[in-house]
Design a protein. Structure first.
Length: 625
């Protein structure tokens, strides 16, 4: 067993060393299905940018992902298929010009869409895209008026009470919705045969008492703003426009996100920008620069994950006993030091006493740090803190920023502090819980506790750790698991919570740890591995995948190792699964391990199949020899 563990660790280490890029980073793809590819085709055709090589390649990739029943899925075990992804693919393939409407593959897709209720049953964000390109009717009014961007901080909800990713997407939506903007071209396909009905309420805005009260309160506050009604509207449009322009990254994208950049381009068009305007052309170029190649096909990433990949891989290699003086680690850390952020981003509105010093997710992000990337980067840099004054100053700023981001409830968010107003749950925005709020989560809280407990001199009795520990204990599920916001899903949250609690001083025999251990042992598969379905985050309860994955097995195994005094039968079985299954190449290798929005957005991190098995093996070796 020992020889096999050492051998696999050596293989993974060599693979990671070989795949490092010249600048010290790792550029493993951040893969999010086919929606970004479809939207890119639609955007390029709408703007008349006929990049045929890219459009043809994206169309081929989309076709390669179609299921035998004509549908597209968000994940392997999604029943039948996903009507939104299928409608997006159908539209893009037609608009590409490389697939005819009579093609049997598109006919099968159309049959699936109509059987699932038609284009009317697609996600709200897809309907907005369809409306923008003249395929769907804008509703008579959007449930949130654009004037809401002017609401003062004294109002119960305002612009900066939204999550940063919610704000980045919602602001351009408010602009295009108030203009009811649409842009068709001579090449626009006809999607009328995808409709089952043409009702005016096909956006399906819910309208209950809470929404009516909130809307009335917003409208009353807006009426009392110190401007004439027409100037209030103009001021709101201008503020929304300025917000977008002020948050454009150096590569031209809005916050380095595909969706917000796509929406910003249409918002600027609605405000009179020409499609040849430099701002729009630079935004398109920024989206193109996020292209990667997967399986011989181009894929437009939602964003790049270079900082995240680099921080995690450098840390994992060091855990696997690669020396901090190794050139691979040194160049990785130099890259990370260059990516530390010194701008005051939107996070400062709810954290005004903190200095910048965090890290973001993508290599092109300069103003949107997050807690998880920051602690990941700091783990990688930890071995250098005492050897360089420059590193020490970066370390000090990063640690200080992370400490300042603790929510008042004791947990940690991803991007902004105390962004969890319950009022947003009543807004008629599909996926509002994921899009508009950024609450404390078990994965962020657990990983942050693990960082402070392992790499800083923060004492275990410090109120910072005490509050974080209390939050995790209070938010443990009755079955012993934790829900993880940014991964799939309960296994991810449980791994992060257990490893964080253990390092922060929670004893192995305490009920909170033992309940988690028993839950992990209970859901272990017969082959020794673990696997969880993406359906878990839709149902908000653990749903087994029915097969084991390398990543879920690594998370569960690492959690059990942290909680064990000696190898248990479950640990030995999990380790055996990793050793014999690491080189398999089936659908479980591509199964999403990350989530962005339940039922709409899942992530396959290509780096995870190396990072987390290596960490689990390294921790097993360190603890048990």
């Amino acid at each position: 067993m020992k020889l096999r563990v050492n051998d696999l660790m050596a293989q993974i280490t060599e693979q990671l060393k070989r795949s490092q890029t010249a600048d010290g980073s790792w550029a493993y793809p951040f893969e999010t299905g086919i929606s970004t590819d479809a939207y890119m085709i639609i955007l390029l055709r709408t703007l008349g940018i006929n990049d045929e090589e890219l459009i043809r390649g994206l169309a081929e990739r989309i076709l390669s992902r179609q299921a035998t029943n004509g549908a597209w899925k968000l994940f392997q075990d999604e029943k039948d298929g996903n009507v939104t992804a299928t409608a997006e693919a159908y539209y893009a393939l037609l608009y590409s010009g490389y697939v005819a409407k009579g093609d049997a593959r598109l006919q099968a897709a159309k049959t699936f869409i109509r059987a699932k209720g038609g284009i009317e049953n697609t996600h709200m964000l897809a309907k907005i895209m369809f409306a923008l390109t003249g395929q769907y009717r804008w509703p008579p009014c959007f449930p949130i008026p654009i004037e809401a961007v002017l609401l003062p901080f004294s109002f119960p909800v305002n612009l900066y009470d939204l999550s940063v990713f919610g704000r980045a997407n919602l602001i351009p939506i408010l602009v295009v919705a108030t203009k009811k903007y649409k842009k068709k071209t001579k090449k626009s396909p006809d999607l009328s045969d995808l409709f089952i009905s043409r009702s005016d309420d096909s956006f399906h805005w819910p309208d209950n008492r809470e929404i009516q009260k909130l809307r009335a309160a917003m409208e009353n506050e807006i009426r009392h703003l110190p401007r004439l009604p027409h100037s209030i509207h103009s001021a709101a449009v201008q503020r929304a426009k300025q917000y977008m322009l002020d948050h454009i990254e150096p590569d031209g994208t809005l916050y380095s996100y595909f969706s917000s950049t796509f929406l910003m381009i249409f918002a600027l068009l609605s405000l009179g920008y020409a499609k040849s305007d430099p701002v729009i052309l630079e935004a398109v170029a920024g989206l193109k620069s996020m292209k990667c190649t997967i399986g011989g096909h181009p894929h437009i990433q939602y964003t790049t994950a270079s900082v995240w990949n680099t921080a995690l891989i450098s840390y994992a290699l060091q855990e696997a006993e690669v020396s901090p003086s190794d050139p691979v680690i040194q160049t990785a850390n130099r890259y990370l030091l260059r990516r530390q952020q010194y701008k005051y981003g939107d996070w400062v509105f709810h954290n005004s006493n903190a200095f910048p010093g965090g890290w973001g997710f993508s290599n092109i992000n300069t103003m949107n740090p997050d807690v998880d990337d920051t602690t990941a980067a700091l783990r990688s840099l930890a071995s250098l803190v005492n050897s360089s004054s420059t590193v020490y100053q970066s370390w000090k700023r990063g640690v200080g920023w992370t400490m300042s981001m603790q929510n008042t409830d004791g947990g940690w968010p991803a991007f902004e502090k105390n962004i969890n107003k319950k009022l947003f749950n009543f807004l008629p925005i599909e996926g509002a819980r994921f899009l508009l709020t950024d609450p404390s989560s078990a994965d962020l809280t657990g990983r942050t506790l693990e960082f402070f407990g392992s790499y800083t001199n923060v004492q275990k009795k410090h109120s910072l750790l005490k509050k974080g520990t209390d939050w995790l204990i209070e938010n443990q599920e009755t079955d012993g698991s934790w829900y993880g916001r940014w991964g799939i899903c309960y296994i991810y949250g449980t791994w992060a919570a257990m490893t964080g609690l253990k390092v922060a001083g929670t004893g192995t025999q305490t009920p909170v740890i033992q309940r988690a251990v028993h839950w992990l042992c209970r859901i272990q598969n017969e082959d020794g591995g673990w696997g969880e379905s993406c359906t878990s985050d839709i149902k908000r309860t653990y749903i087994p995948l029915g097969s084991s994955t390398l990543i879920h097995t690594s998370w569960a195994l690492d959690a059990l190792i942290a909680a064990a005094d000696k190898p248990t039968k479950e640990i030995r079985a999990g380790l055996s699964y990793l050793l014999r299954s690491f080189h398999k190449n089936d659908w479980t290798i591509d199964y999403p391990a990350g989530q962005g929005m339940a039922g709409g957005f899942y992530i396959h991190y290509h780096s995870y199949r190396y990072i987390f098995p290596l960490l689990a093996l390294a921790h097993y070796k360190r603890k048990f020899g």
